[in-house]
Design a binder for this molecule. Structure first.
Ligand SMILES: Cc1cc2nc3c(=O)[nH]c(=O)nc-3n(C[C@H](O)[C@H](O)[C@H](O)COP(=O)(O)O)c2cc1C
Length: 163
């Protein structure tokens, strides 16, 4: 059975909700094993064992969040040369931008010679004040539906062998 890994970090819950929605969408496709794993707990073998991956994290200080970077730092060389052509997608939860985090993760996946199957999905929460930025995030239904669709698309593509 093909396996889809959804690997994510979240500080205030926004990315966690996005990752859960992608997981729910992927699970709608019977015949794909879907794994939802936190970046802090993930190891290179989780990625090596997956046929496709979604990487998801917040943008912090114009970059991917530190915990996500830490995963890539741990996994990059153990996985190098062993992921060629594997399909992936990115999701970023951001206050108002998200491009920096998406660009950094794209570069790493490109280094692994993985294959993007869609443009990065960036969801903005528009939190501006320190209080709002540190508060728990609620992602709207339309945005969650986009995450759900992305998960389902990846799972369906794996099943059909289109990637
Ligand atoms: C330390 C810190 C730095 C941040 N820097 C950015 C940034 O550079 N660009 C941006 O769009 N949002 C930035 N944000 C906002 C977060 O990306 C936003 O709150 C997002 O919803 C967090 O996702 P999470 O709920 O999964 O942790 C920052 C938040 C924190 C806590």
């Amino acid at each position: 059975m093909p396996t889809l890994l959804i690997l994510y970090h979240s500080r205030t819950g926004g990315t966690a909700a996005m990752a859960q929605a992608a997981y729910d969408g992927a699970c709608a496709e019977a015949g794909v094993a879907v794994r939802l794993v936190r970046a802090e707990e993930a190891v290179a073998d989780d990625l090596l064992a997956a046929d496709a991956a979604i990487f998801a994290c917040p943008e912090n200080l114009a970059a991917m969040s530190g915990a996500m970077k830490e995963f890539f730092d741990r996994a990059y060389y153990p996985a190098l040369g062993r992921l060629e052509g594997r399909p992936y997608a990115l999701m970023v939860c951001a206050g108002s931008d998200g491009e920096g985090a998406a660009r950094q993760m794209t570069r790493i996946a490109t280094g692994w010679r993985m294959k993007p199957v869609s443009d990065p999905l960036i969801i903005c929460t528009y939190a501006q004040t320190p209080e709002a930025i540190l508060a728990a995030k609620i992602i709207g239904g339309e945005d969650l539906a986009r995450c759900r669709d992305l998960g389902q698309m990846l799972a369906a593509g794996l099943l059909m062998g289109v990637f």
